[in-house]
Design a binder for this molecule. Structure first.
Ligand code: PEP
Length: 255
């Protein structure tokens, strides 16, 4: 049985006081939650403060990106060890905004995935097709290529422990959500790809999140799909009440 996971991707939002105020408002709303895992991915500048604020809770903290090297002359970059040292246990990798706006490809994501695992961080590896690719019937091939490329070199045990987020690019920040059936089809396909990579047991254990305009109103139907194990949430995770409602919806779907 896979434990639901709800992850908040704050992108480039919130100052330190805003981020701490979020945790102050959000943590009591989920204090009784023991049947789902919750992860907040704040900007680097707020990560330490958010980790401190989450210390006596079950809420985990993630980076939104990392550099693969342990240290060095990489101006503006953050290493896996720095993230872990600041209190992160997870890291989002290969988000479509990184792929589209910053030129990240599958080989780079694979390198970052290896570095994250070696530093003891749980990667949340994002994949997803564009609207053009979906309309051209290329979704299965695109997802297979991204899975094989982004997770190249991962062992079955590592695969079982990491998280994959299916985020159709056309649904991110657009208000346009995949239907529950579209999400399930893509997730089932991703799980088959994972089985090809690391075997059926690892694929079965790996948690697959849906991301793309998840809101309190649509979270339960999407999270209720057999191969959907939670959500990666952008816009609707910025408000504590909204994200807490999404957590509650996913728990209802799982229960
Ligand atoms: C995201 O950026 O990962 C995301 C899913 O954003 P939104 O929920 O705003 O579509």
């Amino acid at each position: 049985m896979r434990t639901p996971l709800l992850a908040a991707n704050w992108k480039m939002h919130k100052t330190v006081p805003e981020a701490v105020a979020f945790v102050t408002a959000f943590a009591p709303r989920v204090a009784a939650v023991t049947d789902a895992d919750i992860v907040l991915a704040p900007p680097f500048t707020t990560l330490g403060a958010v980790a401190d604020a989450c210390r006596d809770t079950r809420i985990a903290v993630a980076g939104q990106n990392l550099h693969w090297a342990p240290e060095g002359a990489f101006t503006g970059e953050i290493s896996p060890g720095m993230l872990a040292g600041a209190g992160a246990s997870h890291v989002i990798l290969g988000h479509s905004e990184r792929r589209q706006l910053f030129g990240e490809d599958d080989a780079l994501v694979a390198r970052k995935t290896r570095a994250a695992i070696d530093a003891g961080l749980t990667p949340i590896v994002c994949v997803g097709e564009t609207l053009d690719q979906r309309e051209a019937g290329k979704t299965p091939a695109v997802l297979a290529r991204q899975i094989d490329g982004s997770l190249a070199g991962v062992t079955p045990a590592e695969l079982a422990a990491l998280v994959v987020a299916y985020e159709p690019v056309w649904a991110i920040g657009t208000g346009r959500t995949a239907t529950p059936d579209q999400a399930q089809d893509a997730h089932a396909h991703i799980r088959r790809c994972l089985a090809g990579l690391g075997g059926a047991d690892a694929a079965d254990a790996c948690r697959l999140l849906y991301g793309g305009s998840v809101k309190p109103a649509n979270a339960e139907a999407i999270a209720g799909q057999a191969d959907v194990d939670g959500a990666l949430v952008g816009g609707a995770s910025l408000d504590p009440a909204s994200f807490a409602e999404i957590v509650a919806a996913a728990r209802r779907a799982a229960g």
